[in-house]
Design a protein around this ligand. Structure first.
Ligand SMILES: [Zn+2]
Length: 343
């Protein structure tokens, strides 16, 4: 009996510690948006329609795109480059060879006016897993980044904003040497570039309004809502200051609920995108996501098609993120320890 009681007590204590740790990891500044669903103004409807067009072009017309589907991967790269050039950007490809094929990241930038050497990287991968059309993963991230580039292009920004489309994020290259973001982040580190923030747009734009549409690895299910209607911001513990800064800013700008997490990178899902590659180089990184497999039933499936997505709320996310990036580009008080290159 006593032994049983001790076991129960130990279990309760362990559960309590896990919950307290989860509480620390999940506590964020500001208040999540709680009003009606975003209604775009007439000018914003144009953004929504362009988002839809980009996703249809990539996930509908082009389809599965990766080293195993090289022509489609090339078509996707050309689509992105053409859109950026239409907007007036100069695109710099970063080419490298994977499994005998030449592939490339695509980068462009909005040069900072007063602090050009402090760099904010905003990235999205444009390859897809296996034979999936990859609408959610990650045509939407690409579409959002194209529209963010368009909106930010007209703004004056103190810091440099680097916009990068990554290849090879998905398996078999995920978290391995040929991962596009890994190649890119290593290059920045070798040049001694000062990345003060990295945002990875990953699988964003699937929303649901019913209870129990959102799932989590335990014990986070005790800390977050069960309705999958929010945008998530996820970083490791070293990126905590950045996660808090980004969530606080998004909550000021966005007509969309939001949640943040700064937790150890080994927890399933926390490092599942290109921000991981920046952590590896000592840079702070945050994933912007609808939480992917924890919400979207089409994740990494053949059913990941353009019509499963909510373009209205994706537009709200794009507008909110433009506010976040503008804040990051101007705020004088970004933590100084963040992103200072290692000697
Ligand atoms: Zn992805």
């Amino acid at each position: 009996m006593a032994r049983g009681l001790r076991a129960v007590t130990a279990l309760l204590v362990a559960g309590g510690i896990a919950l307290a740790a989860a509480g620390c990891a999940t506590r964020m500044p500001g208040r999540s948006y709680a009003g009606p669903i975003f209604q775009p103004a007439p000018a914003e409807v144009a953004i929504q329609e362009r988002l839809r067009r980009h996703v249809r072009a990539l996930a509908g017309d082009i389809g599965p795109r990766n080293v195993q589907h090289p022509q489609a991967l090339e078509a996707a790269a050309r689509y992105i480059q053409a859109r950026l050039e239409e907007l007036g950007f100069k695109v710099t490809p970063q080419e490298f060879v994977t499994d005998g094929r030449q592939v490339r990241n695509l980068a462009t930038e909005i040069r900072g006016t007063t602090r050009p050497d402090e760099i904010i990287v905003v990235g999205a991968h444009y390859d897809t897993p296996e034979d999936t059309p990859g609408a959610a993963d990650n045509a939407r991230g690409v579409a959002a980044l194209l529209e963010i580039a368009d909106l930010l292009h007209r703004r004056r920004l103190a810091r440099t904003v680097r916009i990068v489309f990554f290849v090879n994020e998905e398996p078999p290259y995920f978290q391995r040497r040929p991962m596009g973001s890994r190649v890119y982040a290593k290059l920045l580190r070798s040049r001694g570039e000062n990345v003060v923030a990295m945002l990875s747009l990953e699988t964003m734009g699937y929303f649901a309004d019913a209870k129990r549409t959102q799932h989590y690895p335990p014990p986070f299910n005790f800390c977050y809502p069960s309705v999958g209607n929010f945008m998530g911001f996820v970083g490791n513990r070293a990126s905590r200051a950045l996660v808090e800064r980004v969530v606080a800013s998004f909550r000021q700008h966005a007509v969309l609920p939001s949640e943040g997490l700064a937790a150890p990178g080994w927890i399933p899902g926390v490092g599942w995108s290109d921000h991981w590659a920046f952590w590896k180089e000592g840079y702070p990184g945050v994933m912007v996501t609808d939480t992917a497999p924890f919400r979207n039933p089409n994740y990494h499936k053949l059913t990941d098609t353009p019509e499963t997505l909510d373009y209205r709320r994706l537009t709200a996310a794009v507008l909110g993120l433009c506010g976040v990036i503008t804040d990051l580009a101007w705020r004088p008080d970004l933590p100084r320890s963040v992103g200072v290159p290692r000697p």
